[in-house]
Design a protein around this ligand. Structure first.
Ligand code: ADP
Ligand code: MG
Length: 257
């Protein structure tokens, strides 16, 4: 009974770049505790939608709501502070730091210096204890992603797949409520891909909500219980894998690639 519990809602989202309409009135919602997939052929507007949700782009029109609050037009760090966090590339300046250092800096990097202080509980109990708590969480998270043996390795020396694991691990360090993943498997070898997806499933089972943007239809079909298909800036279809597989409009959209 009652309405579905949807932490993220996107309503009539529109984004124009000059004369190009990248997103053309997209409306969808993501259910709490779900692993929801967003797919669509190249140029469908997936990345632009993702960037509008996470504050990288200012939408031309429409609204993004997170936990019932209008977050349209907020800065990425403000949105991250609300608990809606995206995977982020390891910045150039962090490539020369070790995996451990990257992890220690993750809350600060994503949330901004002042917010880092407010989310780090230890300040009240002293700098030393704070550091100790953080370090403990860092190691737990590195172990979860099975990259603890790489702790002293420079981030710049990791393989593409190991980097993706580190990115996910860093996201968890910010205490997110919902995680947005844009093509998290691009360039990841099959064994790391399996590992990454297993972690995502475990975290979903713990109550995290995921929106996964992928070009690879099979990954989405095999992992997501709810799938949103975009085409030409709009939501073309929604449903589970069998709904989407049998949808003629979806088949047609992909055949046109
Ligand atoms: P997808 O991620 O689904 O492949 P995008 O959101 O990247 O699609 O792109 C949607 C459309 O918007 C494409 O036609 C693309 O060329 C255009 N586009 C995306 N970003 C920009 C930009 N910064 N400036 C101009 N056009 C853009
Ligand atoms: Mg894209």
């Amino acid at each position: 009974t009652g309405a579905p519990d949807t932490p993220l809602r996107v309503e009539n989202l529109r984004k124009e770049f000059g004369g190009i309409t990248a997103v053309d009135g997209a409306t969808f919602a993501v259910e709490r505790g779900s692993l929801t997939g967003l797919i669509g052929p190249n140029g469908a507007g997936k990345s632009t939608t993702f960037n509008c949700i996470t504050g990288v782009h200012d939408p031309t029109a429409g609204n993004v709501y997170f936990e019932g609050e209008d977050i349209t037009g907020l800065r990425p760090d403000q949105i991250a502070n609300e608990g809606l966090v995206r995977t982020f590339q390891i910045a150039r300046e962090l490539e020369e730091m070790t995996v451990l250092e990257n992890m220690m800096l993750a809350p600060r990097g994503q949330l901004g210096e002042s917010l880092y202080r407010s989310v780090t509980p230890g300040l009240r109990s002293g700098v030393r204890e704070q550091e100790e708590e953080l370090r403990e969480r860092v190691w737990e998270t590195l172990e979860l992603f099975e990259i603890d043996h790489l702790a002293e390795e420079e981030a710049g020396n990791l393989s593409g797949g190991q980097r993706k694991l580190l990115e996910m691990a860093r996201v968890l360090m910010t205490d997110p409520e919902m995680v947005l993943l844009d093509e998290p498997l691009a360039g990841v070898n099959p064994s790391l891909e399996k590992k990454l997806l297993e972690r995502v499933h475990e975290l979903r089972d713990e109550g995290y909500t995921f929106l996964l943007v992928e070009h690879d239809m099979d990954v989405i079909m095999n992992n997501c219980e709810h799938i949103i298909v975009m085409h030409q800036g709009q939501v073309l279809a929604e449903g589970d894998a069998s709904d989407i597989r049998s949808n003629d409009q979806v088949i047609e959209a992909y055949l046109g690639e």
